[in-house]
Design a protein around this ligand. Structure first.
Ligand code: ATP
Ligand code: MG
Length: 577
């Protein structure tokens, strides 16, 4: 490919809405363009990278026995009603009607379609297990599309669905995908961590891991152990209770006047106590009830844990008026003692507290010496708090560290959630009808590309890992007006392409500085400069983008030296069998 003909319009300035470096660099390097909020066109360079990632995914899926198919993007609403998700999925589902007024959705994920397909064709245990996948556009009307390919409304996903006879079979399929994902992200040159995660809207109860690329720009917070391999999304991370034992005797509960002290800081300052003496009482509303959730004053509530515990679809803090109706007081003065008509959900640590401070359900008033068990009881006691760095690991004696992560993939044990709702059954060895046991496994292709840039760039541009680079090398003749230089450059270019090194030639009549800048921006792993020295001394300059190392190589060796670097780096990226 000649750069003079390549459709890769590089930009000096990017729109202010591009906040993260991957978005900025892909726009600047002429790899993507925005068509609408969260909807992007891939230009040729961008699409080459996408295809490389897809190819790696495809190879690893096939190796595990995955069979590629293609499911429709337009999905009938009936299937979504059958699974119960037509209503649950909410505004994120792109809905449309056909000319007859029938409802459809643009597929945000394909559990419904594939379960319906398989239940129609699979009758016997002999046809299981099945691993079926596709690589295709997905549609989600995200509330906040942003960060370019990272969170789009139209994006490419690989989704695989496993169908097994039983739980044991699912465990095997899940492990296969877990291993394949580890290989895929290794091959893409990413530093990643699989973490335990919350199932969210996809559902299922069998367990799930997210594959997180560690990057400061990541939207997810993760914790991981400094000693063992425990790692989890903070949404899911298990808290180890640390009771505060002051050795105090139990005292009589007493009302105190605390004018204007609503927040933890205000109350602790007013009463000269530490936040660990306080019980925070938060009033939440779900679609069916109002509840009071209790956590210690030095902790934060984990709304995902609370929502899972309650089994609700919605959960939000109650408004001022509801708080007033339930507690008889303004927000900031709620407490569990004497609270009536609503369920009280306490964090495990709360029930261990002694002589605690709570709101008194009376404006400008708190209670001191509140003792759980004596002064109030909880309807449910469970881990409902956030875990923070420095806390003890739930699996070993180690301590937890915190990092930001980009979720590039997720593996789910769905169990029988969809097969039950949609009646996907098979006949077992004894002719008995059983439900298929399912798993689902997604990888965001564009997000993986963006995550790679977040980890691999410098002030000049992108530094592609060899396996996903749009081209392996660029050949730059310093002066295209010099016929001898041009001739030698073409010679090396042809020789590289002939031997399978994907190479472009920068044949533009531009200053060398401009060409070097573009080469660095686009991020070709290797740059070969053909200049006057090439003509006079028979040597070219080879620059390695990642290390910055420059070496001088004889014209006749150049192609084989580069071929070897490319082959070595591709081989190195391959994890062991
Ligand atoms: P998130 O929590 O980031 O919204 P998700 O958990 O809803 O993602 P999944 O349903 O697990 O996403 O989808 C599988 C994969 O698809 C994700 O791991 C991610 O890589 C990718 N993905 C999901 N949503 C988007 C999006 N809006 N834009 C780009 N990629 C996405
Ligand atoms: Mg996910």
């Amino acid at each position: 490919m000649k750069i003079s003909e390549l459709y890769a319009p590089t930009l000096r300035e990017v729109p202010a809405e591009a906040e993260v470096i991957s978005h900025i660099l892909m726009l600047r390097a002429g790899m993507i363009r925005k068509a609408a909020s969260g909807v992007y066109t891939f230009l040729p360079l961008g699409y080459r990278i996408i295809k490389k990632v897809i190819q790696i995914i495809r190879e690893e899926m096939d190796k595990k026995g995955g069979q590629e198919l293609m499911l429709p993007i337009i999905q009938p609403a009936e299937l979504w009603m059958e699974s119960g998700r037509w209503h649950v999925y909410g505004d994120e589902l792109f809905r449309l009607k056909d000319r007859h007024g029938r409802d459809f959705a643009l597929g945000p994920t394909h559990e419904e379609i594939i379960t319906d397909l398989v239940k129609g064709d699979v009758r016997s245990y002999k046809q299981l297990p099945l691993l079926l996948y596709q690589i295709q556009n997905k549609y989600r009307d995200e509330r906040r599309p942003r960060f370019g390919l990272m969170r789009g409304r139209e994006f490419i996903m690989k989704d695989l669905y496993s169908f097994d006879k039983d739980k044991e079979g699912l465990d095997i399929s899940y492990q296969k995908m877990y291993d394949a994902y580890s290989r895929i992200f290794t091959r893409c040159g990413l530093k990643f961590r699989p973490v335990e995660a919350d199932p969210g809207a996809i559902g299922g109860s069998g367990g799930t891991h997210e594959f997180m690329v560690v990057a400061d720009s990541g939207e997810a917070a993760i914790v991981y152990c400094d000693t063992c391999n425990y790692a989890a999304n903070v949404e899911k991370a298990e808290a180890v209770p640390v009771p505060v034992d002051t050795g105090e005797a139990v005292k009589e509960m007493q009302e105190v006047h605390t004018p204007g002290a609503r927040t933890v800081e205000q109350v602790t300052e007013f009463l000269h106590i530490g936040p660990e003496k306080l019980i925070k009482t938060l009033i939440y509303r779900t679609e069916t009830e109002t509840v009071a959730a209790l956590v210690r004053g030095d902790r934060e509530i984990n709304e995902i844990k609370l929502q899972n515990l309650l089994g609700s679809v919605q959960l939000e803090l109650a408004d001022e008026q509801t708080v007033q109706e339930i507690t008889g007081a303004a927000t900031g003065f709620a407490g569990p003692a004497g609270l009536q008509d609503i369920r009280i959900i306490a964090d495990t640590e709360v029930m261990e507290m002694r002589n605690a401070v709570t709101g008194a359900n009376k404006t400008d008033t708190h209670m001191i010496n509140v003792n759980p068990g004596r002064d109030f009881t909880a309807d449910l006691t469970a881990d409902i708090r956030m875990v923070r760095a420095g806390e003890k690991c739930p699996r070993c004696e180690g301590a937890l560290l915190e990092a930001r992560g980009i979720e590039v993939g997720q593996v789910f044990k769905l169990g029988t959630k969809y097969s039950e709702a949609m009646g996907a059954k098979y006949l077992d060895e004894n002719g008995k009808e059983k439900l298929m046991v399912m798993g689902c496994y997604g990888i965001g292709v564009g997000r993986t590309v963006a995550a790679s840039i977040e980890q691999n760039h410098d002030k000049d541009g992108i530094i592609w890992p060899m396996p996903i680079a749009p081209f392996h090398a660029v050949v730059i003749p310093v002066s295209v007006k010099d016929q001898k230089q041009t001739e030698l450059a073409w010679q090396i270019y042809n020789s590289l392409n002939d031997s399978g090194v994907e190479t472009v030639i920068d044949d533009r009549n531009e200053r060398p500085g401009v060409k070097f800048k573009d080469a660095d921006l686009i991020g070709f792993p290797l740059r070969v400069v053909v200049g006057s020295k090439t003509v006079e001394e028979g040597v070219v300059e080879v620059k390695h983008r990642r290390t910055g190392d420059i070496s001088t190589v004889g014209v006749n060796e150049a192609a084989s030296v580069i071929r070897k670097i490319v082959a070595d780096e591709l081989a190195e990226s391959m994890p062991g069998a």
